[in-house]
Design a protein around this ligand. Structure first.
Ligand code: SAH
Ligand code: SF4
Ligand code: F3S
Length: 452
C-alpha cells in the first residue's frame, strides 16, 4: 500500500453510506458484492436510491477502450453531483481492473479520487478508508496470492442465484488481452473453502450457484479425501448440497475442457445444460496470432463431444472481429464456424488495442469501418441462430427458477436450464422453481406456461 498526504480544500468525513458500481465481467460483479458486504460489516450502509453516497466505489473493467474512458466521465459526474451544503465531498475509490492497470494515471489525472484499489487488494478497503479520512490518497495494487478471500466477512444474504469465485487470474496471455496483467497469475481457491462458502450461500438463500473464474475450468484442488480433483470433481461434490438446485460455471478455455468435465455434463443432473466456451475466431491463422493454442477444428471436435454427452446443451461463445491482419477470408472462416455450431447465444466485440499487449503493436491494424461492417454481419449470424435455438425450444417442458418480478402486475422473470429468460404470470415468489412449458419466443425472452 502506498499513500500520499494531500492537503484538502474541503474536509472529508467518515463515510456513513456507500454505493458500489461494477462494470465488466461477472467476476467484477462478484467482487462488487463482496465489497458491499465488507463495507456493511464496517457499519457503512447502502445509500438510499437517488441520494448521494458518502463513499463511491467504481469497480472498473479494462477489457476494451471505452470501459476506461467511462470511468473518467463517471468520476466527473460524481464530483458535479456532489456539491454539498456542508462543504464535505464524497470519498471516491477506483477499484477493479482499470485501477490495477492505470492506478498511477488515475491518481494524477483525477485529483478527486482518494483511493485506488486493485482486484486482489480490496479486502484492505477499511484501512484505506481510515487513511483517506485522515487526508491521504492511498493506492493498493498489491497481488497477494489468495489472502483476499480469507480476510472477507462471511456471506449472509443472497438472492436465488449467486456467484462463487473459484479460480482467478490467467496464464494464457492471448495477445490482445489485459486480464493476465490486471488479475495476475492463475490461482485456484482451496476446495474446503469453496464447499464451505457454497453451503453458506445456500443457507443464505441461493438455489443456483455459478462458479466463476477467468479460466474457471483450469480450477484444481485437493478434495476432503486428499485426492487431486478438477472442476468436475468440485461440481460433483457441490451437487450433493441439499437445497442447491442448479450449478453453472463460466468462463472456460477450450484447452482446459477435460474429459471429466465433459462427462459431468452427461452425469450431474444439477449441472445446467449450458456451456460458454469462447473461440474468438474461426481462422487458424488468426487464432495462432492471438496465441489461443486451439484450432477451429479442435474447438469443433470438443463441442461435438460435449453434445454427445448432453445433446440439448446450449452453447455460447465470445468473438473478436478485426484482430490485426484479419482478412475478409479469415472473417469468412469465423462465419463458417458460427454456421457449423449454431450458438444459443454469444458475445461479440470489435478488437480494441490494449496498451502493453503484443497485438496492440502488430502490423495491419483494421480500420473502424471494416470492424463495424464485420461486427454487423457476425451479429446477424448470431441473432439468427439465437432465434432458431429459441424457436426450437417451443413446446419443451422445463424447470424455471424465478429470479425477480417482471414489469407487469403478476409477472415473473426466471431462467430456463438453457439460460433463456422466461416470463410468466401467476402467484409465485422469487426463488420458486416451476415446471413450465415454453409456449412463445420473442426476440429476448420466452413466454412460459406453468404446468406444475
Ligand atoms: N477468460 C475468458 C474471457 C476473458 S475477457 C476467455 O478466455 O474466454 C472476455 C472476452 O472479451 C474475451 O473472450 C474476448 O472475446 C473479449 N476481449 C478480450 N480482450 C479484448 C480486446 N482487446 N478487444 C476486444 N475484445 C476483447
Ligand atoms: Fe484473456 Fe485469453 Fe486469458 Fe481469456 S484466456 S482471460 S482471453 S488472456
Ligand atoms: Fe474487465 Fe477485469 Fe473482468 S478487465 S472483463 S473486469 S477481469
Amino acid at each position: 500500500m502506498s499513500a500520499i498526504s494531500t492537503p484538502r480544500t474541503s474536509p472529508v468525513s467518515a463515510p456513513r453510506t456507500y454505493r458500489v458500481k461494477s462494470f465488466g465481467c461477472q467476476m467484477n460483479v462478484y467482487d462488487g458484492q463482496r465489497m458491499e458486504e465488507l463495507l456493511a460489516h464496517q457499519g457503512i450502509a447502502p445509500a438510499p436510491e437517488g441520494e448521494q453516497a458518502d463513499l463511491v466505489v467504481l469497480n472498473t473493467c479494462h477489457i476494451r477502450e471505452k470501459a476506461a474512458e467511462k470511468v473518467y466521465s463517471d468520476i466527473g459526474r460524481i464530483i458535479k453531483d456532489a456539491r454539498r451544503e456542508d462543504g464535505t465531498q464524497p470519498l471516491i475509490a477506483v477499484a477493479g481492473c482499470v485501477a490495477q492497470a492505470e492506478g498511477e494515471e488515475i491518481m494524477a489525472r483525477a485529483p478527486a479520487v482518494t483511493m485506488v484499489v486493485g482486484p486482489q487488494a480490496y479486502h484492505r478497503l477499511p484501512e484505506m478508508i481510515a487513511r483517506a479520512v485522515d487526508g491521504e490518497r492511498v493506492t493498493d495494487t498489491d497481488m497477494p496470492a489468495d489472502a483476499k478471500f480469507a480476510a472477507l466477512p462471511k456471506r449472509r444474504s443472497v438472492g436465488p442465484t449467486a456467484f462463487l469465485t473459484v479460480q482467478e487470474g490467467c496464464d494464457k496471455f492471448c495477445t490482445y488481452c489485459v486480464v493476465p496483467y490486471t488479475r495476475g497469475a492463475e490461482i485456484s481457491r482451496p476446495y474446503a473453502d469453496l464447499i464451505a462458502e457454497a453451503h453458506r450461500l445456500v443457507e443464505a438463500g441461493a438455489r443456483e450457484i455459478t462458479l466463476l473464474g477467468q479460466n474457471v475450468n483450469a480450477w484444481d484442488g485437493e478434495n476432503g479425501k486428499g485426492q487431486k480433483v478438477g472442476l468436475d470433481g468440485l461440481i460433483r461434490d457441490l451437487a450433493a448440497i441439499d437445497g442447491l438446485a442448479r450449478i453453472r460455471y463460466t468462463t472456460s478455455h477450450p484447452n482446459d475442457m477435460t474429459d471429466g468435465l465433459i462427462a459431468a455434463h452427461g452425469e450431474v443432473e444439477k449441472l445446467m445444460p449450458f456451456l460458454h466456451l469462447p473461440v474468438q475466431s474461426g481462422s487458424n491463422a488468426i487464432l495462432k496470432a492471438m496465441n489461443r493454442s486451439h484450432t477451429a477444428e479442435s474447438y469443433l471436435r470438443l463441442l461435438e463431444r460435449v453434445r454427445e454427452m448432453r445433446p440439448d446443451i446450449a452453447l455460447s461463445g465470445d468473438f473478436i472481429v478485426g484482430f490485426p491482419g484479419e482478412s475478409e477470408e479469415h472473417f469468412a472462416e469465423t462465419i463458417a464456424l458460427i454456421d457449423a455450431v449454431g450458438y444459443a447465444q454469444a458475445f461479440s466485440f470489435k478488437y480494441s488495442p490494449r496498451p502493453g499487449t503484443p497485438a496492440a503493436t502488430m502490423d495491419d491494424q483494421i480500420t473502424g469501418e471494416v470492424m463495424d461492417d464485420r461486427l454487423q454481419r457476425l451479429q446477424a449470424a448470431l441473432n439468427r441462430d439465437q432465434h432458431a435455438f429459441n424457436q426450437a425450444s417451443l413446446g419443451r417442458s422445463c424447470d424455471v427458477l424465478i429470479e425477480r418480478k417482471g414489469k407487469l402486475p403478476g409477472q415473473w422473470l426466471g431462467k430456463s436450464p438453457w439460460l433463456q429468460s422466461v416470463h410468466f404470470q401467476g402467484d409465485y415468489g422469487v426463488g420458486d422453481i416451476l415446471r413450465a412449458e415454453l409456449v412463445q419466443a420473442g426476440p429476448n425472452s420466452l413466454t412460459g406456461r406453468v404446468i406444475a
